[in-house]
Design a protein around this ligand. Sequence first.
Ligand code: SF4
Length: 259
Amino acid sequence: MSGENPGNGLHEVCSSKQGYVHSIETAGTVDGPGIRFVLFLNGCPLRCKYCHNPDTWQMKRGTLRHAGEILEEISTYRDFLIRAKGGVTISGGEPLMQPAFLETIFKGCKEMGLHTALDTSGHLHHLSPDSLFESVDLVLLDIKSGNDRTFRRVTQKPLQPTLDFAKRMQAMQIPMWVRFVLVPGLTDDEDNIRDVAKIINGIEPLARVEILPFHQLAAYKYENLGLKYDLKDTPQATPRDVVMAWRIFSEEGVHSVRT
Ligand code: SF4
């Protein structure tokens, strides 16, 4: 924990026209299908021990940008994104910290005929109206842990909002692409992996499942920000660790793509 207030900035920005942006990736290949324009927003209420983007935690560390300006930038990539069977992904931080801004961008994308994806833990979904999610084609749902005890250890927050969010997306029939980060000594015990699988088994519509191995590439960011990094001595997850986790998933009936 950094000592910063995780909720800092929440409720302060509710403009549909402006939002705090961390960065933009114009040809992302991992955050959704095809090639993606990925917009990373600032602000996050969680403090995942393995977070690779601690520089997104504080909303006001981002750059205040106009939605119209962002949509204009997206429009220059529109034809390319459609040809590449991709679209626009909004990630973070936690994008649901800026719901009005998020909804404006997603609506603008849909007006351009672009596929949209929201990368979220779902934690703040109660602050967002259904109208926001009506412009979302795919949710990339980060499940940090399968049980509340480990979830709190990883994020300092409870698991329940993520489960509630998954149910809400199910009621709206929005496909979910689930991601689980495998961290040695933190999320990789067998019981936790089985619990994650059990949650995934209850998710519908399920588009895809990914296990992401923990790596140490973000360690320097904590150092640069002067933040304590609890996982500095944690080993990276090996391909063998990932295979073992997939074996447990598969015993529970979870596969990367639903068959
Ligand atoms: S939800 Fe994402 S951005 Fe927020 S702390 Fe966790 S990993 Fe980092």
